[in-house]
Design a binder for this molecule. Structure first.
Ligand code: ZN
Length: 275
């Protein structure tokens, strides 16, 4: 079974055993130049808490037990924005950021997006002095939330980093578990960056093996969502759901009727305003 909390622990432990420094996204940004040119190995640990905030807390506890810190990006939707969990994760010493999707919510209206972005950032700053934010790829939206930064600067909001904007992906390998696989590229809508490494891994065991053998890149930004679970029932349901969702999402991009069905399902699930 892949994508369990046990596997996650093994993965982080392997990074540590092989001399990788585990970084939060903010700590990478603050010393970016030094990290990008140095010969030292590192892995930035980033979590997008799209949903299942309870699982985020479990991952945070595992990291804490291993003595590492990571960054958790929270959305404003109810499946993610759970104040009691955010507080617990902060208490464990981790970093919190805002997983924004304001441009998609505002249907491309920049001024409106700026207003809600600021309000939501202020809200998350009541838990933690947030310095980095990360876009949520809204699979049903035609708007790329990142294009917000064509009009505004991170410093306008007292921010120092956005993984998609301020990471040098020529030097830093991007590893993401979107779609519950490390190589589900065709199912990603927005979660893509320029990949110059020309390597891919399917399972966590493949990643672990590569780290152990020394063939894994020395600088990495790893995105792990919160679908990792040791609960057999939850694990089975999530894997089944992701399989169906991935395929529906893929087909919906090519078929108008399926697109309408998929959009309706997404709006209902997240409780988003109707289009
Ligand atoms: Zn997301």
């Amino acid at each position: 079974m892949d994508f369990t909390l046990k596997t996650y622990k093994r993965l982080i432990q392997t990074f540590m055993d092989k001399g990788y420094k585990c970084l939060t996204y903010e700590s990478y940004c603050v010393n970016k130049e030094e990290f990008d040119i140095s010969l030292g190995k590192f892995v930035i640990l980033r979590h997008d808490v799209d949903e299942f905030a309870g699982n985020a807390l479990k991952m945070a506890e595992i990291e804490h037990s291993l003595g590492v810190r990571s960054t958790y990006y929270f959305r404003v939707v109810k499946q993610s924005n759970r104040p009691e969990i955010i507080r617990e994760i902060v208490k464990l010493g981790h970093e919190i950021g805002y997983h924004y999707e304001d441009l998609a919510f505002a249907k491309g209206n920049l001024e409106h997006a700026r207003k809600t972005f600021e309000e939501n950032l202020t809200y998350f700053r009541t838990f933690y002095p947030v310095k980095t934010v990360c876009m949520h790829g809204s699979s049903i939206s035609e708007f790329d939330n990142r294009s917000f930064w064509k009009n505004y600067n991170l410093s306008d909001f007292g921010l120092v980093g956005e993984p998609y904007v301020t990471t040098d992906f020529i030097k830093v390998f991007y590893l993401t578990d979107t779609g519950l696989a490390w190589d589900a590229r065709k199912f990603r809508v927005w979660d893509n960056v320029m990949n110059t490494f020309n390597i891919s891994y399917h399972s966590s065991n493949e990643v672990i093996k590569a780290i152990k053998q020394g063939s894994f890149p020395e600088k990495c930004l790893m995105l792990a969502h919160t679908l990792w679970s040791d609960n057999l029932l939850q694990w089975s349901l999530l894997h089944m759901r992701e399989f169906l969702r991935n395929n529906l999402k893929y087909m919906a991009q090519r078929n108008k009727i399926l697109n309408r069905i998929y959009t309706k399902m997404v709006i209902t699930y997240w409780g988003l305003p109707k289009k």
